[in-house]
Design a protein around this ligand. Structure first.
Ligand SMILES: [Zn+2]
Length: 179
């Protein structure tokens, strides 16, 4: 796959395929979005929101959640707010999200099948509670609310930053606000 991508990339650059995407590094819309890495959303999400290249900072992780108040998603949001002057933040979960029904026991089973040893699992447990770390959020609306709250109530987020939560339909791109 990667070799195919590399040869495509040579053609893309040679044929100036980049021209429609040229933009400055400063987001035009002062907007940051936290969403899921699900491949259905790769192009659907920006298109359904009318975003062009360069409009918004889009932070994507499994589930679109914030795990801890100082994880890398939250750090990216702080960069967006302070360095890039983002004034509004959208937290966007989506229908049929794989991270919703994740199950730590199943995860650990898959890891053992791939040769991960009990020692390796114990080593990981020194850093993180795997039962929590590998568990899904189970209730999508509740997870949107929890994530919005985590940003709104973060001690380093200014109170005038607008934070709103949504669920996007993974097929139609329809946004449903979660208040
Ligand atoms: Zn997802």
């Amino acid at each position: 796959m990667i070799d195919q991508i590399l040869s495509y990339n040579k053609r893309f650059v040679a044929e100036k395929g980049y021209e429609p995407f040229i933009t400055s590094g400063q987001p035009d819309m002062k907007l940051a979005i936290v969403s899921c890495m699900d491949t259905r959303l790769t192009k659907l999400l920006p298109n359904a929101l009318g975003l062009r290249n360069g409009d918004a900072k889009i932070i994507k992780v499994a589930g679109g959640t914030i795990l801890t108040p100082y994880d890398s998603v939250m750090r990216s949001l702080l960069v967006a707010i302070y360095e890039l002057d983002c004034q509004e933040i959208m937290i966007i979960h989506h229908s049929g999200c794989g991270a919703c029904h994740m199950n730590a026991d199943h995860f650990l089973h898959l890891m053992r099948e791939r040769g991960i040893t009990d020692e390796a699992i114990q080593e990981a447990e020194k850093h993180v509670n795997l039962n929590k770390y590998l568990d899904g959020f189970h209730d999508t609306e509740a997870s949107v609310r929890r994530t919005v709250k985590a940003v709104q109530q973060h001690p380093l987020v200014p109170k005038n930053v607008v934070v709103r939560g949504f669920i996007i339909d993974s097929h139609t791109g329809e946004l449903t606000p979660i208040d």
